[in-house]
Design a protein around this ligand. Structure first.
Ligand SMILES: [Cu+2]
Length: 309
């Protein structure tokens, strides 16, 4: 059995590297924790969780990254081969303490991250997919606001089940209330991505894809399509707002009254968790005649937001 011995000549190098590594690692980790902004940020409970997880991973990786860089730079300076010799240096075999430190260090980091991941999964609400018509879970589930996200080439619209199934072109959400997003598509595969809220879900035709988000800060956010879905995929985005519960209530009631008066509610298909793509072109024609929310023949328009091929 070999024992871990540092050659007398190597000792200054080892000490220097260790001291340098500890100092730079402390500076690096403190800098990461204090100054690094990691998206998506703090606009929702889920966004904060994601940012914190990424921050933890980055902070853990920082000493490893710094150690590798120090070793490379230090070797290039102090262990540089100046002659023409091309033979390898002597191999280092069977050094038990080095192997134990290496395996134990890796195991501790991986097991710690596994523990963090499992506890996070166990305490967070996660996504679930319900193909076709599902039983739904909004009724009786308490205070969740049920909002449907409908994707189509190349636009997002939103329906509010609790307000007569009104359809809007912008996503309004009340602050501090859990939202149950039901994401579906009218044509092909899209992906709903409310970037600052840290929520993303595939939008598939004939699928009710459920995702949860709890906004916790007022302000605007961006909704983007995150699945290449045709030539105007890049233009498939709009803006949403997180507003106070009172502002949301009056906004939603106002939209409901307006769509009732305009006849939109009557023209819209009954609120459902999915819609049959084969009837959508006719549906679009009906609706565009009233409010210009959607258009037929694959081209869709929102008020003030024309998306033309
Ligand atoms: Cu899309």
């Amino acid at each position: 059995m070999s024992t871990f011995r540092i050659e007398e000549a190597d000792r200054p190098h080892v000490i220097r590297l260790a001291v340098l590594w500890v100092i730079l690692s402390v500076i690096g980790v403190v800098a990461v924790v204090l100054f690094l902004h990691i998206p998506p940020g703090d606009q929702s409970v889920q966004g904060t969780d994601q940012s914190n997880t990424m921050l933890l991973m980055t902070a853990l990786a920082t000493p490893i990254f710094i150690g590798v860089v120090i070793m490379i730079v230090y070797s290039a300076i102090y262990f540089r081969r100046t002659g023409t010799e091309l033979a390898d240096g002597p191999p280092m075999l069977g050094n038990a303490p080095v192997q134990i430190v290496w395996i134990a260090g890796s195991a501790i980091i991986v097991l710690f991250l596994a523990f963090v991941g499992i506890t996070t999964l166990a305490t967070n609400s996660s996504a679930q997919t319900v193909p076709g018509q599902s039983s739904g879970s909004a009724s009786g589930a308490g205070s969740e606001l049920q909002v449907q996200v409908i994707a189509q080439q190349w636009y997002f619209t939103y329906r509010y089940a609790d307000y007569g199934g009104v359809e809007t072109t912008h996503l309004y959400l009340p602050v501090n209330r859990p939202v149950e997003l039901h994401v579906t598509s009218l044509d092909i595969i899209h992906s709903f991505w409310a970037y600052q809220l840290g929520v993303k879900a595939d939008a598939n035709p004939d699928v009710d894809n459920v995702a949860y988000v709890t906004p916790k800060a007022l302000g605007g956010f961006t909704v983007r399509c995150n699945e290449l879905c045709g030539i105007w995929h890049g233009a498939m985005f709009n803006y949403g707002q997180v507003v106070s519960p009172a502002a949301f209530q009056s906004w939603a009631s106002g939209v409901q009254a307006k769509e009732q008066a305009d006849g939109i509610l009557g023209a819209l298909p009954a609120y459902a968790l999915t819609y049959d793509p084969t009837v959508i072109p006719q549906l679009g024609k009906n609706i565009v005649q009233i409010d210009g929310i959607t258009g037929g023949a694959g081209y869709y328009y929102g008020p003030g937001d024309p998306v033309t091929p």
